[in-house]
Design a binder for this molecule. Structure first.
Ligand SMILES: Cc1cc2nc3c(=O)[nH]c(=O)nc-3n(C[C@H](O)[C@H](O)[C@H](O)COP(=O)(O)OP(=O)(O)OC[C@H]3O[C@@H](n4cnc5c(N)ncnc54)[C@H](O)[C@@H]3O)c2cc1C
Length: 457
């Protein structure tokens, strides 16, 4: 009689399934890695039976974050040359250097052509952001699902990888009840923010087991909360094109852009963009003060001249009235004339209070020291002390696998051959504007192609 293992033992015995390439993570980078691996195999004349590709995704569907992106509209990339994308999208030089090869290998035009071939047309907004014309992020995610199908990629969803090891030259990838093996492995598990979408840092732990250094994950592109929230009357108020300055431990960082007051602190492009530096200042010095520069294009001396001219020209005007119509951040030489937004009316009482100026005072009776106090407030309006930059609410997270340990020309690990890493898992973080998805697509593209190249068929 044939002996069968007891039920419990059978349940524990994993079923092995072998592929040439396994990709862990079905987000932007993993999905594109699978497509590019198939294309590279086809280019090399290797058929689908010789080069098998399996993508493992813990969610019931691939592209969870893609579907959420851009407020459900998916800012899929940014218009411009790779060089422009690098300069506008990635402030840190080391990240620009690392991403350069990937962004040139798979450009934003390449991405748009790939989508167009699947029937997804796109349009460029005035600010350079590119969105699908459908207005639906799901159209991009569905296009990628179709691309997996036509690329003969075996997609296993609801499959969370628990551990990976390398034995006898094979990667052994374990999920509950299943053992997958592969010749090459692509880690594309994303960052750690929006953890509800499946990005809980599993890939970082796996990379560590292979000896990779992981830079501590940190907040980026996230709202900033202050210890004392802004007055409720300011929640929802936007300062157009202001300078946001963060100071802590003797260091200051600055960003230019729209700033939004919220119930808990600050959001809007300037705060989101600066949040990564703020998180670092907080880590380094334990505290961080925020200020807004209402005239970021002008020196204090220039603004002082502006206020003096106003005093001479319009002495009977109330300072309060002037502030309500004062153009915010006018371009150089155009004080008072440019078609700019004005200082939000709701902010004027706070400016007056900080400068200790009574509500009904006119320019002609404003003493010099009060004018100087006003000048100081306009150039450095105090926004409060930072309480928190919320890691989980970030559009991305900074930190991740050290860039020094990954070959930027192939995305292959410098520590473990045939292990490739791509997407937000790596230690870079881009700006808002489609740059992060483009970086995920481009690094994924490179990882897929080089996974095939790393194998012998
Ligand atoms: C709300 C929001 C809006 C955004 N909007 C934009 C935008 O408009 N434009 C833009 O450029 N960027 C945007 N981003 C950022 C962008 O979505 C990410 O940078 C990008 O998706 C990263 O791609 P990725 O493939 O590296 O990771 P992800 O897209 O996060 O994919 C990683 C995948 O790996 C899976 N995974 C993780 N661990 C395991 C495991 N153990 N086993 C199996 N699977 C696993 C996850 O479930 C996930 O699906 C946004 C982000 C958020 C959160």
């Amino acid at each position: 009689m044939k002996k069968t293992a007891p039920v419990k033992e059978r349940e524990r015995t994993p079923i092995a399934s072998h592929s040439s390439i396994i990709i862990i993570g079905g987000g932007a980078s993993g999905l594109l890695a699978a497509v590019s691996a198939r294309r590279a195999a086809e280019d090399a004349g290797i058929g689908t039976e010789a080069c098998t590709i399996t993508l493992l995704e813990r969610n019931p569907r691939t592209g969870t974050k893609l579907r959420l992106s851009g407020g459900g509209k998916c800012n899929v990339t940014h218009e411009g040359s790779p060089q422009e994308l690098l300069e506008k999208g990635f402030i840190r030089r080391n990240e620009q250097r690392f991403l350069r090869h990937a962004l040139y290998s798979f450009t934003s035009s390449d991405l748009l052509q790939l989508l167009l071939a699947r029937g997804v047309t796109t349009g460029v907004r005035a600010d350079g952001k590119v969105f699908p014309d459908s207005g639906e992020a799901s159209s991009v995610a569905i296009a990628f699902e179709e691309l997996q199908r036509i690329s003969s990629v075996v997609v296993r969803t609801s499959c969370r990888v628990k551990s990976v090891e390398q034995r006898d030259g094979l990667f052994q990838v374990r999920s509950t009840g299943t053992l997958f093996t592969s010749d090459a492995l692509i880690l594309a598990t994303g960052g750690v923010s929006y953890s509800g979408t499946g990005t809980t840092g599993d890939g970082l732990s796996i990379a560590k087991t292979f000896g990779h250094t992981v830079m501590a994950p940190s907040a980026a592109l996230t709202p900033v909360y202050t210890i004392k929230p802004p007055p409720a009357s300011l929640a929802g108020v936007a300062l157009r094109s202001a300078g946001l300055v963060a100071s802590g431990g003797g260091r200051s960082v600055e960003r230019r852009g729209d700033l939004l007051f919220t119930h808990r602190g600050f959001s809007g492009p300037a705060a989101l963009s600066l949040s990564r530096d703020i998180a670092e200042l907080m880590r380094e010095s334990g505290s961080c003060q925020l200020f807004a520069d209402l005239f970021p294009d002008h020196t204090t001396a220039e603004v002082e001249q502006f206020l003096l001219r106003q005093t001479k020209k319009n002495g009977a005007q109330m300072v309060r009235k002037f502030l309500q119509i004062c153009p915010i951040a006018p371009p150089e030489g155009a004080f008072g004339t440019a078609p700019h937004g004005t200082i939000p009316t709701a902010l004027v009482p706070s400016i007056m209070r900080h400068a200790a100026i009574e509500s009904e005072v006119t320019w002609s009776i404003l003493p010099k020291e009060k004018r100087l106090a006003l000048l100081a407030v306009l150039k450095r309006f105090p926004l409060g002390s930072v309480r928190e930059t919320v890691l989980d609410q970030g559009e991305v997270s900074a930190g991740g696998v050290s860039l020094a340990e990954v070959n930027p020309k192939s995305m292959e690990s410098r520590i473990v051959p045939k292990l490739l890493l791509c997407g937000e898992l790596l230690d870079y973080a881009g700006e808002i504007g489609g740059y992060n998805l483009q970086a995920a697509f481009s690094t994924g593209w490179m990882a897929g192609r080089n996974a095939v190249k790393s194998l012998k068929f």
